[in-house]
Design a protein around this ligand. Structure first.
Ligand code: GAP
Length: 431
């Protein structure tokens, strides 16, 4: 894990939040490569779960919502973690994550009293008056933005049942102990789907989502034998769920939750109906009985996905007797798709041709990097380290002789180099 965190910082993927002022616990900033990786994951998700399906629709709701949302959803009363404080050093911990016999911070024994429930929502006030009526919260899940728009969507596009609404966006939780790099953060991103079904069909639809989740893991490049299902029992389930499977991944920090799949019944739509007084029923197009849909919720944490992708991709091997550390990322996720280099930096004729090829590829693929620093071996190592699938090199053979107008294309994983015609590059390099 340390190697991965260090690579992320050194190469500009992920930095500690507010680093220059000593940081802010549980927050992380994405640098140029990190933001590209993050967006590639988000785009892939959107493509797989929204664009490639015909019964999925996107929404983008506000982060700040009327406080009634969080009262009705049960978050004001029950979105809590048990908090304990050491009476010797005053360090605070999440009670269910530590050994309560001895304080991890000061080493003293039996210093923890009773746990108290700590609400994880960040509270704020909307507008200049700070009274109870102006309270709002930074949303702790994106899901409520979907539920509150259920009726808007049904009334405007009247989709067939079953259908799903998908959203990507920030969520905030005042975690008692943020930890393990981006794994448990206070500000993070979720990609959530609320899939509305007839109550009689929830089990069959739930099973289909299990299959879809494995397809997602494969697309991320995660080995399926590193992904595990944990059936969450009874009181361990969130207050809204009648069935939950946590999909766990074998991270270097241990087997931990990657994403969740929950059967939320009609809990949320029912609460909205009760508190707002507005009907949340769906009227079948065939004239059948109106009903309040039930909901299957696949909930994907983006940071957990990024961390799993980085951990699965991080590879150490040996090339020509030298140790090499690289990211074996699926090409679709790689922040830089191709690096273009002139073999030598001080030969104007090579540079002119290389710039031409660079321009051509950049126009087609966008994320193409110009790299003329150091010798070619060092460039390959640098590109391998950030997961660039291909390095294209313009050398003297490109300029004259039998191999005129060809370049070498070097493959990140095999390190093999092949000569390809410049005019064939775009047909051959696929992402
Ligand atoms: N709407 C359902 C929901 O929010 P959850 O299990 O509390 O369910 C869903 O969260 C996913 O969000 C988790 O599986 C995880 O991937 C991600 N997540 C939750 N808390 C997180 C945190 N503090 N930091 C990073 N990701 C988190």
């Amino acid at each position: 894990m340390e190697d991965i965190v260090s690579l992320c910082k050194r190469r500009g993927f992920i930095f500690p939040g507010s680093d220059v002022y000593g940081g802010l616990s549980g927050t992380w900033d994405y640098g140029p490569l990190g933001v590209s990786l993050k967006r590639n994951i988000m785009q892939l998700w959107w493509k797989m779960f929204v664009e490639e399906r015909d019964n999925m629709f996107g929404i983008d709701a506000a982060i700040l919502m009327n406080q009634k949302v969080w009262q009705a959803s049960g978050h004001v009363d029950t979105f809590t973690d048990p908090l304990v404080e050491c009476s010797n050093c005053n360090a605070r911990f999440r009670a269910d994550k530590i050994d309560l016999a001895r304080c991890d911070n000061c080493g003293q024994k039996d210093t923890f009293g009773e746990a108290r429930q700590f609400n994880m929502m960040f509270k704020t006030h909307v507008g200049p008056v700070q009274d109870d009526s102006s309270i709002s919260y930074l949303r702790p899940e994106t899901a409520q933005g979907i539920f509150t728009n259920f009726k808007n969507v049904v009334d405007t596009i009247y989709p067939d049942m079953p259908f799903g609404l998908a959203q990507q966006g920030k969520a905030f939780r005042n975690e008692i102990s943020p930890r393990d790099f981006i794994f448990r953060s206070r500000e993070f991103e979720q990609m959530e789907i609320e899939y509305f079904v007839h109550p009689d069909n929830w089990q069959a639809e739930f099973e289909k989502w299990i299959t879809a989740i494995y397809a997602w893991c494969v697309a991320l490049g995660l080995p399926t034998d590193s992904v595990h299902e944990l059936e969450v029992e009874g009181l361990d389930r969130a207050h809204y769920s009648q069935r939950t499977i946590d999909f766990e991944f074998d991270y270097p920090i241990g087997r931990e939750e990657l994403l969740g799949l929950a059967y939320r019944t009609d809990f949320d739509l029912g609460n909205i109906e009760r508190v707002s007084g507005k009907a949340m029923q769906y009227r079948p197009k065939d004239g059948g009985e109106p009903f309040t849909p039930h909901v299957i919720e696949p909930s994907f944490g983006l940071e957990r996905a990024i961390m799993a992708v980085l951990c699965a991709a991080f590879t150490i091997d040996e090339v020509n007797g030298e140790k090499r550390e690289y990211l074996k990322l699926p090409a679709v996720l790689a922040p830089v798709k191709i690096a273009v280099s002139p073999l030598l930096k001080n030969k104007p004729e090579l540079i002119t041709k290389a710039r031409e090829v660079y321009g051509l590829l950049k126009k087609e693929y966008g994320n193409v990097m110009w790299d003329d620093n150091g010798n070619i071996g060092k460039r390959y190592r640098r590109q391998d380290e950030i997961g660039t699938p291909y390095c294209v090199v313009i050398d003297f053979e490109t300029l004259e002789g039998e191999a005129l107008d060809t370049v070498t294309v070097r493959d990140r994983d095999t390190t093999e180099q092949t000569r390809v015609k410049i005019s064939d590059l775009i047909g051959q390099l696929k992402f």
